[in-house]
Ligand binder design. Structure first.
Ligand code: ZN
Ligand code: ZN
Length: 379
């Protein structure tokens, strides 16, 4: 059930992705709106341990392999792949013969950097709904990466750098693992590198990637054939000057919205998301065979309405899970902490602009108010 601290399981006395400090937290994945500092005990998936510890160093972390069962209070808890980012997990809770599953964030599309989403049968399914509107339908990822490759190839042929903005954890590694590394050298921003390292340490193969800051500032020629992967917060910053002539692009599910593309002001928008699109949300929910579905974040109302039309019991929990904005902030924090780049200070205005844009983008979507539906909070 929903408490001010987060989603709470009374039978096991633990929280899932709490946003206020608690005694015992089960973490679905290391994105900063789901994994926060301040809890006494953390439980998360073993494949996600590297990334989680790189973002929250020093936490008291216990890990479970996917599918491994652990008794907590009167419950049995296990974690199952969510296909969202490395280590992302759905939380299965069994209590008195009843099964609940909390999805965290998830996607069904193939992703070489993490385990595929596993449908888990349950009576009650708690689902995200970030892109829970019929307008959100993703092309097959291979088509999107072909598009990124041809944009990069074209720029390289013209002697122009290709700067791709995407979130530093998850999206960046998925892009790195999926583009054609034979087109030219690949560089990344200082905020992306610690995540690359955590992925490699976890055994995820990524192509060789160099840090932009290793290259002398006047050495612009180094970047003419290159793909440069940078967080959205780098957009509009002085950091970009070193590339000379460049084309820029943004990879995000929000690029599906024309207004978002326009306001981003980039040359290209690639529609690439680590969340399930509308058809995938529906098929994932159906695969659980749940009779009751609770929607957490994103387009809550349209999803609840659709679920009720399917004859399911449906409601909403109000949560503080956000979307990409928080991620962009985290990227800046990471970068400031690592201080690998001398342009850190100049990123602050870009970051603010970023937040503003993300807020405007949300207004673009009809019917996305986060509204709790009374009567749903029964657990
Ligand atoms: Zn996430
Ligand atoms: Zn989320």
């Amino acid at each position: 059930m929903a408490r001010p601290e987060g989603l709470y399981c009374a039978a096991g006395d633990f929280y899932i992705d709490p946003w206020r400090p608690v005694e015992r937290a089960v973490i679905t994945h290391a994105h900063s709106d789901h994994a926060r500092f301040g809890h006494r005990h953390y439980l998360a998936s073993r494949p996600g341990a590297n990334v989680l510890l790189s973002r929250l160093p020093g936490i008291a972390l216990q890990t479970l392999a996917y599918g491994e069962r652990l008794a907590i209070g009167g419950t049995v808890v296990s974690l199952h792949p969510a296909g969202h980012v490395l280590g992302s997990a759905q939380v299965r809770i069994e209590h008195a013969g009843r099964v609940w599953v909390a999805s965290g964030d998830y996607k069904l599309d193939p992703d070489p950097t993490c385990d595929a989403f596993e449908p888990v049968r349950c009576e009650t399914f708690i689902t995200e709904s970030t892109f829970g509107l019929p307008i959100y339908r993703w092309d097959p990822p291979q088509n999107v990466f072909d598009g990124i490759d041809s944009w990069w190839r074209h720029n390289a042929a013209e002697g122009r750098a290709s700067v791709l903005f995407c979130y530093s954890f998850g999206k960046a590694q998925r892009v790195l693992a999926s583009v054609d590394a034979g087109i030219g050298p690949i560089f990344c921003h200082g905020a992306v590198e610690p995540l690359n390292r955590a992925y490699r340490d976890a055994g995820v193969p990524l192509p060789p990637v160099r840090l932009v800051s290793e290259i002398e500032r006047k050495d612009k020629a180094m970047f003419r054939q290159a793909l440069i992967v940078a967080p959205p917060s780098a957009q509009g910053s002085a950091w970009l000057k070193r590339f000379g002539d460049y084309s820029d692009a943004f990879a995000s599910g929000w690029m599906r919205l024309r207004g978002a593309r326009r306001r981003r002001g980039v040359d290209r928008g690639f529609v690439l998301s680590d969340h399930a699109d509308w058809p995938s949300l529906q098929s994932a929910i159906q695969a659980t065979e749940a009779g009751r579905v609770i929607v957490t974040h994103g387009s809550v109302e349209p999803m609840v309405r659709w679920l009720r039309e399917q004859g399911l019991e449906a409601g909403a929990f109000e949560t503080q899970y956000g979307d990409d904005t928080v991620e962009a902030d985290a990227a800046v924090a990471d970068q400031t902490a690592s201080a690998q780049d001398s342009d850190v200070a100049s990123h602050a205005p870009a970051e603010q602009a970023d937040e503003r844009i993300d807020r405007i983008d949300r207004i673009d979507q009809p019917e996305t108010r986060d509204e709790s539906i009374p009567g749903a909070n029964t657990s």
